[in-house]
Ligand binder design. Structure first.
Ligand code: XMP
Length: 326
């Protein structure tokens, strides 16, 4: 619509004025905010923007390839993909404590991003997908001494010692406006309306020690769950169960239980499914998914993901449970 068209031309104009002929770097995470920021800045200054995409190996199934396809291939954005899977796995090796895992992932992320961006000669700007609620939230931090339940990590939290000027073109927008802008800039609707995904990724959905083998099992189970949620339409609302839930994902439990397959006995891992409905993610209800949907997802995971022989559904509200398991 033309209102969004006007907004885009104004924003583009503003970015061009700010940046001039200088170079900009942006940490792309695959999330909505950094993606929309990248698309908008690219519209304004083209190849003066370089995106750095740190793939920690804890993304959803095929997500790294999808990010590259969307930005590098479809939109023609310059993206440096850093395959840091092995580095993250080795740093996380032997670490089971949730907070310790979060800290390691956050720290590695920043270090790798910094190392990569320092190779980009004469970058003067660091672009971030900060949106209005982030601005409000960080303004309130420290004032009320709010205690931290989980140390959050996202690509936004980069260090000040990079000596770069900040470019934050989404600072005045709410999430729904960011999504509309993303669609208007040509990002796929499906991508822009995705459920939120935590910065530490599957690192907080593999309980205890993270291993590459666990990540692979979890990615496949999670992809089946999401596919079935997208494909199952609720009669009454004519919406998919993906759209009827605020967040849904699989969790890997490093616990083995006994099962049967054919004539044999199996002794394999467990996957938990989590689906919640919420307005603000501060409190949440577990979603009353149809039994048929749960049954189908369970069958498919057990049949298709060798190594998983049991699927359970999480029926805990927040509070007292949190949405993520770690
Ligand atoms: P919890 O588990 O605290 O999660 O109920 C609330 C929401 O926050 C997301 N989450 C994160 N997002 N970095 C993020 O960007 C993080 O470290 C992180 N930890 C949790 C979670 O997915 C849910 O939407």
């Amino acid at each position: 619509d033309w209102v969004m068209g006007d907004y885009i031309s104004e924003a583009v104009e503003h970015i061009r004025k700010q940046v001039g002929d200088e170079e900009v770097i942006l940490g792309l995470s695959g999330g909505v905010d950094s993606s929309v920021a990248a698309a908008l800045i690219h519209r304004a200054i083209g190849d003066q923007l370089t995106c750095v995409f740190v793939d920690h190996g804890l993304l959803r199934l095929n997500e790294g390839d999808m990010v590259m396809e969307m930005f590098a291939r479809n939109l023609g954005v310059k993206v440096i993909r850093v395959d840091a899977k092995d580095k993250f796995m080795s740093e996380l090796s032997g670490v089971a404590d949730p907070e310790a895992k979060r800290k390691i992932i956050g720290k590695e992320f920043v270090e790798i991003f910094q190392a990569e961006s320092s190779k980009i000669a004469n970058a003067q700007w660091l672009a971030q997908g900060t949106i209005y609620p982030d601005v409000i939230e960080s303004a309130g931090k420290g004032k009320k001494g709010a205690h931290t339940i989980k140390s959050h990590h996202n690509v936004g939290g980069l260090p000040e010692d990079m000596h770069l000027k900040l470019l934050e073109p989404l600072r005045e927008l709410f999430k729904d406006e960011v999504r509309e802008l993303g669609v208007a800039l040509g990002l796929p609707r499906e991508m822009v309306y995705r459920h939120p995904f935590p910065g530490p990724g599957l690192g907080v959905r593999i309980l205890g020690e993270v291993k590459a083998e666990f990540a692979s099992l979890l990615q496949r189970a999670d992809a089946i769950f999401i596919e079935e949620l997208r494909n199952t339409i609720d009669e009454a609302s004519q919406k998919s169960w993906y759209d009827l839930t605020s967040q849904a994902f699989a969790v890997f439990l490093p616990v083995k239980s006994v099962g049967v397959m054919g004539d044999g006995r199996t002794y394999e891992y467990v996957v938990a499914l989590r689906a919640v409905q919420t307005q603000d993610f501060m409190t949440a209800h577990w979603a009353h998914l149809p039994y048929d949907l749960l049954g189908k997802v369970s069958n498919r995971i057990i049949n298709e993901v060798r190594g998983i022989n049991r699927v359970v559904y999480d029926i805990s509200g927040k509070p007292p449970a949190t949405i993520e398991w770690e």
